[in-house]
Design a protein around this ligand. Structure first.
Ligand SMILES: Nc1nc2c(ncn2[C@@H]2O[C@H](COP(=O)(O)OP(=O)(O)O)[C@@H](O)[C@H]2O)c(=O)[nH]1
Ligand SMILES: [Mg+2]
Length: 400
């Protein structure tokens, strides 16, 4: 699963990225840690099941702090977007190359209005984040439509000649975009274009289809960044009034809190609505003032919004659940004795066998049954899992 940060230049994408990928207690290496500077590990936060089970866990690939599980997810800081990007303006192509891999997007806007349409600095309150929201979505749709629409008539005729279905034609054009068959089918259905022969699709039809597809396959959440600046209030109110779901966000404040927490100055967990200064910490007047501002801000909004945006992308947009696989349903351990070693993000509706598949293909192949560690009841391959389930899988082909 990949979350992409998109938005105009200078709205705070890199600040958000740096804050979100910094954790006081870094976990072990991940398969997806790469050397690309704009790709990093962020964390979804869930309440860990350790306290309910009364155990002191020692996770391997995720992190548990004070009963909160931080689950690694891949985060990509996508190149800044300018109007006209779909036609190759600015870093248009780089933007779209980065964005194509994302399963969900956090659209960062400058809620304080201190950037103009092209991302240049302007006096706070003069830039219009509503424009950003519109143009970024439009660019995305136009880019997708250009991709789908290239030589459409010719390809549609060929596909018709070969007796191919519309789904096949589209799947070919959309390969490499992290768009599933289900997304395509649902978008065909919702657009009503399934009734029309592909050869007679107009440019407008293609754009209509792409808009629907984009909203399903690349869902957005809007992070209204720079919410710490006074001019942000009016813009956030305006966005909410327009019916948009926006998360007030202060990336710089989050960066400050994570750094201070890493240095041992204060106790703060990403997503918290407050922080505590550690005893015997001496702050200068400037530091104290900065922390006062942050404290007021997170009280006002409930958090800095950075963790919330990631969680919304993970759970609300992508409909994931968090499931803990174990090898011993009584001790909740793996073979090495690690307690609650692992947690997997699975799509809602995933079954016990799907979980086995994510652990190891062999485990799934020889699947016999699973055990719910909470109830100690046996469950079958098709049993749908719930978030927070702790599951032992029994397989004829389990190793060792
Ligand atoms: N006041 C305020 N400024 C911010 C915040 N986040 C980023 N900035 C500033 O906005 C400018 C652009 O930030 P950057 O992360 O480089 O933006 P990007 O071009 O979208 O990656 C920098 O001067 C940041 O310090 C925030 O939450 N509040
Ligand atoms: Mg940047």
């Amino acid at each position: 699963m990949i979350i992409g940060l998109i938005g105009k230049a200078n709205v705070g994408k890199s600040t958000f990225f740096n804050a979100a990928t910094e954790l006081a207690v870094p976990a072990a290496n991940y398969a997806f840690t790469t050397i690309e500077p704009n790709v990093g590990v962020a964390y979804a936060r869930v309440k860990c099941v350790c306290r309910e089970f009364g155990v002191q866990d020692n996770p391997v690939h995720s992190i548990c702090i004070d009963g909160n599980r931080f689950i690694p997810v891949k985060l990509v800081d996508v190149a800044g977007l300018v109007p006209g990007a779909h036609a190759g303006k600015g870093l248009g192509n780089k933007f779209l190359d980065d964005a194509r891999q994302a399963d969900a997007l956090i659209h960062i806007v400058d809620a304080s209005g201190s950037t103009d349409n092209c991302g240049r600095s302007v006096p706070a309150g003069t830039g219009d984040p509503m424009f950003d929201i519109q143009f970024v979505e439009e660019e995305f749709d136009l880019w997708l439509a250009a991709l789908v629409g290239r030589d459409w008539a010719k390809n549609a005729r060929e596909a018709e000649g070969l007796g191919q279905k519309l789904e096949q034609l589209l799947a070919k054009r959309l390969s490499g975009l992290a768009i599933t068959e289900q997304h395509v089918s649902a978008a065909i259905h919702a657009s009503g274009l399934g009734m029309k022969k592909p050869v007679s699709w107009t440019e407008d039809d293609i754009l209509t289809f792409c808009k629907i597809l984009r909203s399903r396959a690349k869902p957005f959440v809007i992070a209204a960044n720079k919410a710490d600046l006074p001019s942000a209030d009016a813009n956030i109110a305006k966005m909410k009034l327009a019916g948009l779901e926006v998360i007030p966000c202060a990336s710089e404040a989050e960066a400050l809190l994570r750094k201070a927490s890493k240095k041992g100055v204060l106790h703060y967990l990403p997503g918290d609505s407050s922080f505590d200064l550690k005893p015997n910490v001496a702050l200068n007047a400037q530091q104290e003032k900065a922390l006062d501002i942050v404290r007021t801000l997170i009280q006002k909004y409930g958090s800095t919004g950075v963790q919330e945006a990631i969680n919304i992308a993970c759970f609300k947009l992508l409909h994931n659940i968090a499931v803990y696989p174990v090898e011993d349903e009584f001790k909740l351990i793996d073979k090495k004795g690690n307690i609650l070693p692992d947690v997997r993000l699975l799509s809602e509706g995933s079954t016990a066998k799907d979980l086995a598949e994510t652990v190891h293909a062999d485990l799934a192949r020889g699947f016999l049954y699973a055990v719910n560690a909470r109830t100690k009841q046996r469950i079958g391959a098709d049993h749908r899992l719930k978030s927070g389930d702790v599951i032992k899988i029994v397989s004829a082909t389990s190793r060792g």
